[in-house]
Write a protein that binds this ligand. Sequence first.
Ligand SMILES: Cc1cc2nc3c(=O)[nH]c(=O)nc-3n(C[C@H](O)[C@H](O)[C@H](O)COP(=O)(O)O)c2cc1C
Length: 325
Amino acid sequence: MKTRITELFGIQHPIIQGGMHYVGFAELAAAVSNAGGLGIITGLTQKTPELLAREIARCHEMTDKPFGVNLTFLPTFTMPPYPEYIQAIIEGGIKAVETAGRNPQPYMPLLKAAGIKVIHKCTSVRHSLKAEAIGCDAVSVDGFECGGHPGEDDIPNFILLPRAAEELKIPFVASGGMADGRSLVAALALGAEGINMGTRFMATREAPIHENVKKAIVEASELDTRLIMRSLRNTERVLMNEGVKRVLEIEHAKGDALTIDDIHDQVAGIYPKVMTDGDMQAGAWSCGMVAGLIHDVPSCKELIDRIMAEADGLIHRRLAGFYQS
Ligand SMILES: Cc1cc2nc3c(=O)[nH]c(=O)nc-3n(C[C@H](O)[C@H](O)[C@H](O)COP(=O)(O)O)c2cc1C
């Protein structure tokens, strides 16, 4: 399949693996890229720019296909040295960067001068238009369904994607709730030129995370995620567990008086406990509603091949069939 997204990133299939904290290591990025998609290393999971440079080098050893790096500009407890991270990205020969969170404008000149294609993750049409205006090459339009930070507008992809298509000139991928060939075909019909998946790629053989996490995703239904940190305007969609239950209780008790310090123990430093140690009750970790559509743990190649075959069948048989007498 050829779209402006496959052309932009030099990939075979219009499928991107979104940056994921403590999940997007070289093993997963390389597996996705080797399967014809665009794998992404999560920049800030590497604690220093030197460690990111090493992770990029490790990924180059595992694939000769293009892969990218995610740079997230979220409110964090300490400000990372972004220019040094970008230097590691440039010196590592990376040609695709997925930015997310705050406006990446201050870093655009550095990235563009190095010939890097920037895809910015946006949860609204207005942010997507801003990304286009500041020179981003593409947008990842992240609907309310998504795992991670869906923003504060609560617009699901059935509305958000066609609205983005009405306004944007640059290409965009559909992000949030994407799992299979049905998702891809629907996303294409709504105006996207590819898909970005997070939660679905966690439940793959190559995702370098604890088996308990993959099992929890396979066992979860579409009813099992919750939104936390709403009153802090830093909403996150997470999988329900004992730690999240505590966050919700504290949020309920404190109301608008909630501060990040009230829930710090349940939301900070949780990822290594969950992803590495497999402690599924440790606290809040991002997970999409799409867990309800995830029933197995295939390899990245099996998953991507299956998505493309299913999309082909849908377009050429199911949809085309509606036109035959
Ligand atoms: C465990 C997890 C961690 C994530 N961490 C990040 C991150 O560090 N930076 C980022 O931009 N997006 C992050 N995301 C969001 C994903 O890149 C992607 O946009 C999202 O998962 C899409 O929704 P889906 O899970 O329904 O596919 C994370 C998602 C998950 C599930």
